[in-house]
Design a protein around this ligand. Sequence first.
Ligand code: SF4
Length: 67
Amino acid sequence: MEVAVDRELCVGHGVCESIAADLFAVGDDGTVQILRTEIPAELAAAAATAVAGCPTRALRLVTRNSQ
Ligand code: SF4
């Protein structure tokens, strides 16, 4: 599982970072940086909470097929 960000929607106030600092950091450009390409199982719940908590719906979970 991965997290994708729509930078057009991100306004950089860092709700995601406050929920999961291991996965998200707001960069100098004022938009979020995704820190992990693949979300480890132990961070999956935090990732889902951050996605749900983004006020502008800039984040989404992406599940890739392993084929
Ligand atoms: S919570 Fe959403 S809008 Fe705020 S920094 Fe994170 S991705 Fe951007």
